[in-house]
Design a protein around this ligand. Structure first.
Ligand code: MRU
Length: 343
């Protein structure tokens, strides 16, 4: 598959997800401001992917800083970190990746600026490569939970497109598929931005994994009438008590899964666990532009002018509805105290 994000010849290249599935376009970012805009406008999205992209954005920005002294260079790069951190508030991976870049900068203060620029780029590339390896490990652990012939419901896109590659929830699906398990994915379309319809369906189709898309309000009927065996989603932030922030609508899927006695799994790298956030109530939820709700994918308005809309990008699923959290370090079960020891 085309990489979601990569560094090539001094440029951060992003697969522009706002254009999928109708057009496959690469956005070339030659300055960190373009990277920041791409994150804000969901040209790149998904918690691990925005972390990796922000790290590359810091490295890109640093290359252009002409600070004659280390002090001025450091100040400028910290400013870049701050701007990139202000792009989206919910996915903790963004702050985690930027903090890693800041730590490298702080540790290299005795070195020449040229060397520090090189170290920052190396760190960003390491974060990218690690992400793919982590997702493969999540896939290996998670595939044990899936049986041949199962029907799997997912929400939003927690796939290769949401990461540097392979995916988290869809990494589990991919790993099971690679083991020869004949599975079928049901993808919620995921209003308002349609990550399920546009992105999950696109990337599973690329891999030949059977996928059916339905609107979000069909999940309950699907579970009751047609049968779903298991739900798997990704996460933007997991609080210390196991509460999970993920794409708006995830909570409804979790409650439906609970009512129908279905396992509800969350697949995420350990960098998504935020021990500084005690419960889901403390997770900042991004409110996005109302235009996303007023139209469907930028088409004509579907809501009368002047009528108010509400557009939170994420919701919180209480830990009590989460059957297990699949990380690269293994499968964590309730009551989630174990999260403390995997970080
Ligand atoms: O607004 P988005 O598209 O960035 O939201 C993405 C999600 O909610 C994903 O499910 C989450 O980031 C996990 S991605 C592996």
């Amino acid at each position: 598959m085309i990489p979601t994000v990569e560094w090539k010849d001094g440029v951060v290249r992003l697969l522009d997800q706002s254009r999928l599935p109708n057009s496959v376009e690469i956005l070339e970012c030659r300055d960190y401001q373009t990277v920041a805009r791409a994150i804000r406008e969901l040209k790149v999205r998904g918690a691990p992917a925005i972390g990796v992209t922000a790290a590359l954005g810091v490295a890109l920005g640093a290359q252009a800083v002409q600070g004659p002294t280390m002090e001025l260079f450091t100040k400028a790069v910290f400013g870049i970190c701050q701007e990139l951190a202000a792009t989206r508030p919910t996915a903790v991976n963004l702050f985690w990746a930027i903090d890693r870049m800041k730590r490298v900068l702080s540790a290299c203060q005795e070195n020449p600026v040229a060397l520090v620029k090189q170290r920052l780029l190396e760190e960003a590339q390491t974060i990218l490569e690690e992400d793919i390896a982590i997702n493969r490990a999540i896939g290996t652990h998670g595939a044990r939970l899936l049986q041949d012939g199962q029907r799997i419901l997912t929400h939003c896109n927690a796939g290769a497109l949401a990461t540097a590659g392979y995916g988290t929830a869809l990494g589990v699906v991919r790993a099971a598929w690679e083991q020869g398990k004949q599975i079928h994915v049901f993808a919620d379309e995921t209003r308002p931005v349609l990550q399920g319809a546009r992105l999950t369906a696109w990337e599973l189709k690329q891999d030949g994994i059977p996928v059916t898309v339905m609107t979000d309000n069909m999940a309950g009927a699907l579970m009751r009438q047609e049968g779903i065996d298991v739900c798997i989603v990704g996460a933007d932030r997991i609080a210390a008590n196991g509460d999970v922030a993920n794409k708006i609508g995830t909570y409804a899927v979790a409650v439906l899964a609970h009512v129908h006695g279905l396992p509800f799994y969350v697949a995420a790298p350990s960098s998504t666990v935020d021990l500084n956030t005690p419960t889901g109530d403390a997770i900042p939820i991004e409110q996005r532009d109302e235009q996303e709700v007023r139209t469907i994918n930028g088409g004509p308005a579907v809501i009368p002018d002047g009528v108010a809309v509400w557009n939170p990008a994420f919701d919180v699923t209480p830990a009590k509805y989460v059957t297990a959290i699949i990380t690269e370090k293994g499968i964590v079960r309730p009551g989630y105290e174990e999260l403390q020891s995997i970080i």
